[in-house]
Write a protein that binds this ligand. Structure first.
Ligand SMILES: Nc1ncnc2c1ncn2[C@@H]1O[C@H](COP(=O)(O)OP(=O)(O)OP(=O)(O)O)[C@@H](O)[C@H]1O
Ligand SMILES: [Mg+2]
Length: 263
């Protein structure tokens, strides 16, 4: 069987909250191995779209394919088993547990808990080692024993990145991973994503356009729940609708560059 070219396909996906169409008839495809950025102003529907992709929220219309398989009716756990993982815009770590324990728990959860005793020992060691490697990769090695609650905001975002990568996803959704990170931490995150195995597909919601255009192989712009433009970064950047909405006019920058929104 030939490999499926698309990691994710969205066909006319919508999600409403009451009468509000937060995600409105969204269609685009994400190439396997892409670093695909989703951008748009506060309230554009980016986080809602990620929740719909992850199965946290059901689509109210449309179809979602993961590696060519229809997962529209699959829940979050089912999609997770199929290799999809996500971070949340707002923190989801255990504050009283250590950095390493948080990452180990994320890895264990992904590895499954119904293991027999003997494999458990070997498996557990492998999981802990992989967890520590992830902690190192995000730059938290010297904080591995610290409780997550004692981390700075930027460090906590780094921990979340380690947690999601420890689950060994092949499609990963990052919701504003660099929000609250220092420039150095943001740079490290961009390098970490650039250094991920090429077969891992990354979708990232990101407000920092420098990160977007240094990292992304494709960009989708959402506006009022709809796709304003989608395609290679240079094409999206030059798109007249995008230009007038965000990138061109100085006043447009204010509309777009509002990290750490209120949703
Ligand atoms: N649980 C909810 N109930 C009702 N409305 C919601 C809910 N979550 C989000 N919304 C609304 O849906 C729209 C899209 O919100 P969403 O959080 O998906 O946007 P976003 O693009 O992620 O914004 P931000 O950049 O601020 O994170 C907004 O108008 C928001 O107010
Ligand atoms: Mg959001």
């Amino acid at each position: 069987m030939s490999p499926v070219a698309y990691a994710l396909e969205l066909e006319n996906v919508s999600r409403s909250y009451g009468s509000l169409k937060a995600v409105d008839d969204v269609s685009f495809a994400v190439d396997t191995g892409a670093r695909h950025a989703v951008i748009g102003p506060n309230g554009a529907g980016k986080s809602t779209l990620f929740s719909v992709l992850a199965g946290t929220l059901r689509a109210t219309a449309g179809r979602i394919l993961l590696h060519g398989r229809d997962v529209t009716d699959e829940g979050e756990a089912g999609r997770c088993r199929l290799g999809l993982a996500r971070t949340f815009q707002h923190s989801s770590v255990f504050l009283t547990a250590s950095v390493l324990d948080n990452v180990t728990m994320a890895a264990q959860q992904a590895a499954g808990v119904s293991l027999r005793p003997f494999p458990l020992t070997r498996r557990y060691r492998a999981v802990t080692e992989a967890a520590f490697a992830q902690v190192q990769a995000v730059g938290l090695a010297d904080r591995f024993a610290a409780s997550a609650g004692s981390l700075s905001h930027g460090e906590r975002r780094q921990l979340e990145v380690a947690m999601v990568l420890a689950s060994r996803p092949d499609v990963v959704l990052f919701d504003e991973p660099t929000a609250g990170m220092s420039p150095a931490e943001t740079h490290r995150f961009a390098e970490l994503v650039a250094g991920l195995p090429p077969e891992i597909t990354v979708l990232v919601i990101e407000h920092d356009l420098d990160v977007v255009f240094s990292l992304a192989t494709a960009v989708t712009v959402l506006h009022l729940g709809r796709v304003l433009a989608s395609g290679p970064p240079a094409v999206v950047q030059a798109d007249p609708a995008v230009q007038s909405a965000y990138l061109g006019a100085a006043s447009g920058d204010a509309l777009f560059l509002t990290p750490g929104g209120t949703s």
